[in-house]
Write a protein of this length. Structure first.
Length: 625
């Protein structure tokens, strides 16, 4: 239950509404309790020969009035408390998501996506039930219990004592069941996370599943998971199913006692007939809180289990945080120095970078080549501080990267990763990712866009009122031209306003890479990183892009990772990595002359280039004959 304590601050903005809601609970319960008393008065009045019909009519009207007022209070309590729990759910999910996106790459390596998704959905829902409905029913239960018991004691303390005896055991039954339900619920939630992960991976990797004819195998695997989900749920259902009958047994016993002993007391004239009937009603009202107690306990226990899982993530501190007094980055020249950098991925025992040292002067281009797995991507991922070095340090303009605010640092780095990732948004929005709000594409009235001096591109064959044509900023257009993507985008029916991904079209591998390149260039970065960014485009397009990029790269420090010598030969420095160490360094000419690994790579690629046109020629002549 301690886990739920972190929920308290979320009540603060709504405390007035909550108090009003709880007052409604008490009022509604008060009216419920008054009803049987009126019944008692009516029954006792009937036994009195002097009673007038007006008095009975008055009591009947009072019953109607109480029912109406009680109904209004009950409506108010649901409206207020459930409404507050929905708002708290939104607030909690907002904080949860904000925290998730602030966490580091190490965290994502440890946690499964499906698990995180089930925390953001199922667990938050369970917490909402504990925050709102459970609180409402808990107060309802306590108020109902106290009032019903008081009135029963008022009518007959002796009868109350006998009736309550079988019910004393109820809290223990509830406690035992609550613990058991909690255990089963945890197991179900955990399994649900596994299922979510599988669904998410299958949907993402649908092409691979098709290509490897894995539909049936995956469906069978999912079926097994689904059955296990049912088995775990059935365990909960069969065990929890005994809960209410057991409660019914004890409440039935209490009823029998009251029927017999109360009947005898009424016959002996110790209590009136009205008292006897009212006592039955109060006993029924007392049984409900006992049953509700179990339900409320479940809600609290499930909410606490879910809150515990959410807390575990919320307590996780991002490994990379801003220093207290970060250095200003404006006016930085862009000199990058690696000083004896050694790096090991968290939780692994192997250094993937070893004592890497080099300096890139402002405006210079550093190329990194090396075999697969030699550490090239790892090296550049240390620049935007996706990870920090295990030993040694990296400096920007002579100042360690750790002295800068990581957000500001990253906003000055244009990173084109190996795996192009695009959001299900328009092309323009994807390229403009991370641009200041004024520079991001605007949607709205054309007049408004013109007023913002933005360029509208893209035909609009069927105007869609929900998504007006995007106004594309100059930075996006210029970046798309550098990435040799502008022409292809204009060929799409909706130009830069074309939706990508799930609800839109899919770009080719090369187009995706060029879109992510345009995204990196559009933000006018101080440092540009191309991590094998052009592997999916042909050599001709690559050289066109690189020659356009040369202008862009002149004023910024750039890092290029490539397996093609043609892409790196113009770099100011070429670093050759082997198993995390720099084994060769120099210009293209120096390395070609040195006769090491780089020279071998160069020779191999030159031979390949010579063979390729010859092969194309012989194919063509073969086709002619
Ligand atoms: N997140 C990670 N956790 C643990 N080890 C990792 C992780 N990412 C990469 N590695 C390991 O680090 C080493 C270097 O990987 P890296 O991706 O930097 O190589 P690379 O030179 O860029 O390879 P490629 O040319 O194939 O892209 C590899 O042995 C790889 O298995």
């Amino acid at each position: 239950m301690r886990a739920l304590r972190t929920l308290l601050p979320y009540y603060r903005p709504y405390r007035r509404g909550l108090l009003a809601g709880l007052a409604c609970v008490a009022i509604a319960q008060g009216f419920t309790i008054v009803s049987p008393w009126i019944m008692k008065l009516a029954i006792d009045a009937l036994a009195d020969p002097a009673v007038s019909a007006d008095r009975i009519a008055l009591l009947a009207m009072a019953t109607v009035g109480i029912a109406l007022l009680g109904g209004a209070a009950r409506y108010g309590m649901r409206e207020l408390i459930n409404g507050i729990s929905r708002r708290m759910e939104v607030d909690l999910r907002r904080d949860f998501f904000a925290h998730l996106v602030a966490l580091d790459a190490g965290f994502y390596a440890e946690n499964r996506t499906g698990d995180l998704m089930s925390r953001a959905t199922n667990d938050i829902m369970a917490v909402r039930m504990a925050a709102g409905p459970a609180v409402m029913y808990a107060v309802n239960t306590v108020v109902g219990f106290v009032l019903a018991l008081s009135l029963m004691l008022w009518i007959s303390p002796r009868l109350t004592l006998y009736a309550v005896i079988p019910m004393v055991i109820l809290p223990f039954v509830v406690l035992g069941f609550g613990r058991m339900i909690h255990r089963h619920f945890e197991a179900i939630q955990e399994h649900f996370a596994t299922m979510s992960t599988m669904i998410q991976e299958n949907l993402t990797g649908m092409r691979i599943i098709r290509a490897y004819v894995q539909e049936e195998a995956q469906a069978a695997e999912f079926d097994a998971l689904n059955r296990e989900y049912r088995r775990r749920n059935m365990l909960l259902v069969t065990r929890a199913g005994a809960f209410h009958p057991i409660l019914g047994l004890f409440s039935g016993a209490a009823m029998v006692i009251v029927l017999y002993l109360g009947g005898r007391e009424a016959m002996a004239g110790a209590i009136s007939l009205g008292d006897y009937v009212a006592f039955f009603f109060y006993l029924a009202l007392l049984i409900w809180p006992m049953i509700a107690l179990g339900w409320v306990t479940n809600l609290f226990q499930q909410g606490a289990a879910s809150m515990g899982r959410i807390n575990a993530l919320m307590e996780r501190e991002p490994a990379i945080r801003a220093p207290e007094h970060p250095r200003a980055i404006d006016g930085a020249r862009g000199e990058i120095e690696f000083r004896d950098v050694t790096f090991r991925y968290p939780g692994t025992g192997r250094d993937v970078l070893r004592e890497v040292s080099f300096v890139a002067r402002p405006g210079q281009t550093v190329a990194i080549v090396g075999a697969t797995g030699s550490g090239k991507s790892t090296l550049v991922s240390l620049l935007p501080r996706i990870f920090d070095p295990t030993e040694g340090e990296i400096l920007l303009d002579g100042v360690p990267l750790t002295a800068y605010d990581p957000g500001t640092l990253r906003s000055r780095i244009g990173m084109v990763p190996q795996d192009a990732f695009l959001f299900s948004e328009t092309i323009a929005t994807n390229i403009a990712l991370g641009l200041p709000p004024g520079a991001a594409p605007e949607s709205g009235e054309p007049g408004q866009a013109e007023a913002l001096d933005l360029v509208r591109v893209g035909a609009e064959p069927e105007p869609d009122p929900l998504s007006p044509p995007a106004a594309v900023p100059d930075a996006v257009l210029a970046a798309a031209r550098v990435a040799q993507l502008d022409e292809a985008i204009r060929d799409f029916p909706r130009g830069y306003g074309t939706l990508l991904g799930e609800r839109g079209i899919n770009l080719s591998g090369g187009q995706k890479q060029r879109a992510t390149l345009a995204r990196a260039v559009a933000r006018d970065p101080l440092v540009l990183i191309l991590d094998d960014a052009l592997s999916a485009v042909d050599t001709r397009t690559e050289s066109r892009i690189l020659s356009d990029l040369r202008e862009v790269m002149e004023n910024r420090t750039s890092f290029i990772i490539s397996h093609r010598v043609s892409a790196v030969m113009d770099a100011d420095h070429i670093l050759v990595l082997d198993d995390g160490r720099i084994v060769e360094r120099g210009t293209h000419e120096e390395l070609a002359a040195a006769g090491g690994g780089y020279a071998t790579l160069l020779r191999r690629q030159m031979i390949e280039e010579e063979i390729e046109p010859a092969a194309v020629q012989s194919d063509a002549s073969g086709a002619d004959t």
